[in-house]
Ligand binder design. Structure first.
Ligand code: FAD
Length: 391
């Protein structure tokens, strides 16, 4: 006979969305079990750039859009959590940068100048010069303009580690998931032969959610994947840089974040336009050559000769939208006991948790005194991609 567990909320997927939600629920007294079939954070979360957006990037057309408004509160919520006085205690999680920057290599297009001067961005975006510039841009040959955004960049490996601590005994390494039915209704999941009954089941399995829905014979909501071809560069010549470099279009031409490798060297992680359509079509060697050329054009004083390179293909998983438009908010859909969603951004993990908590509250779901299972096999923490690809 399979062993049976009863819990309040069963979560599938140990990326930032599932782990953040799990910590919030436990903080409110809910009993939870979180199932992960690979490694914690090893999906999109540890492959992200860690930028806690406040929406400025999405307002590059010259006006704040819905996306900007919905996400505008996220930096404050993360800052409070990181200071240990927010909705979660994330004190000890490493902050990579207090700010993210917008960097225009030439003169700003007219509409952007008025955007930066507008009331909507005042207080959120300030121009910086001289020794306030990010270290990598402090060079006599640097000509561009740089704006400091009120957005931060977190070290995702230390974030996931802390969220795993906050998960206590609730984590379960599990591979084989089947529906657990009573009278034809979903009442839980069978995980590797162990029945887990729950008041609510949350699928937060990132790109794995589409297959899970199929396993449960559910065809809504639909998921879309947005492929990216990221570039990693490691070397002593790479000083800290956290910036969207503007190209003239609505999307940053390149987005650079800087991460500490296990050997202490800096890794530049490059996304933005270069990682999208044309970048996805390129083979890794051509993608590295394109990134190298782009960096040489933008930052000609940096010696790239001793830099080690790698690329990473990864899909963003999101709810389906027409025209592959970037969704504005975390997304959660409800069907009976099942809640299915994607945060759509790491930054929106708090919004994802809010939406699940609101759904529980609407349905009158309360914590019950379930004993915490304490003998569950635990999933491992994922290894940062730069340490895997550039050892
Ligand atoms: P994931 O992190 O993908 O986690 C899902 C988890 O579910 C994984 O651990 C997986 O192993 C597990 N899983 C899958 N199937 C199953 C199953 N059947 N059973 C059990 N477990 C399962 N957002 C930002 O806000 N800022 C950024 O700077 C940023 N940069 C990004 C850069 C890149 C290259 C990418 C790809 C994304 C970026 N994002 C960024 C988006 C952000 O990473 C994602 O929105 C977020 O990490 C999604 O979290 P998640 O928990 O939903 O998914």
């Amino acid at each position: 006979m399979p062993s049976v567990i009863s819990t309040d909320v069963l979560i599938v997927g140990g990326g930032v969305a599932g782990l953040w939600l799990n910590a919030r629920l436990r903080g409110q007294g809910f009993a939870t079990v979180l199932v992960e079939n690979a490694s914690l954070g090893g999906g999109q979360s540890l492959k992200s750039q860690g930028i806690i957006h406040g929406g400025a990037k999405y307002a590059l057309h010259g006006a704040l859009t819905g996306a900007s408004e919905a996400i505008a509160d996220m930096p404050r919520r993360w800052r409070e959590a990181l200071a240990g006085n927010g909705e979660l205690d994330l004190a000890g999680v490493r902050l990579l940068s207090e700010a993210h920057y917008l960097w225009s290599p030439g003169t700003l297009a007219g509409n952007l100048t008025s955007f930066f001067a507008s009331k909507a961005v005042r207080g959120r975006v300030d121009q910086v010069k001289g020794n306030e510039l990010p270290p990598a841009l402090q060079h006599p040959k640097f000509k561009g303009k740089v704006y400091r955004l009120a957005e931060l960049v977190v070290d995702v490996p230390s974030l996931i580690e802390r969220l795993a601590q906050l998960a206590g005994d609730s984590l379960l390494a599990g591979q084989q998931i089947e529906p657990l039915l009573a009278d034809g209704q979903l009442v839980g999941l069978r995980v590797d032969g162990r029945d887990i009954q729950a008041q609510r089941i949350v699928l937060s399995a990132g790109a794995g959610t589409a297959d899970l829905l199929q396993t449960l014979s559910i065809n809504q909501p639909k998921m879309q994947r947005r492929p990216l071809h990221m570039v990693l560069a490691k070397g002593a010549a790479l000083k800290p840089l956290f910036a969207h470099c503007l190209g003239g279009g609505p999307k940053p031409r390149i987005t650079v974040t800087t991460h500490p490798a296990a050997d202490g060297q800096n890794v530049w992680y490059l996304g933005g336009d270069i990682a999208e359509a044309d970048g996805v079509a390129r083979e890794p060697a051509a993608q590295i050559a394109a990134a190298r050329e782009e960096l040489h054009k933008l930052l000609p004083w940096i010696d790239l000769d001793q830099v080690q390179w790698a690329t990473l293909r990864v899909d963003r998983a999101e709810p389906e939208q027409s025209g592959l438009v970037r969704p504005d908010n975390a997304f959660v859909a409800e069907q009976g006991r099942l809640l299915v969603g994607w945060p759509t951004k790491l930054a929106l993990a708090p919004d994802f948790a809010d939406r699940v908590l609101a759904a529980l509250s609407k349905d009158g779901i309360q914590p019950t005194a379930q004993p915490a299972p304490n003998d569950l096999p635990k999933p491992p923490l994922a290894i940062p991609v730069w340490d895997q690809l550039l050892p």
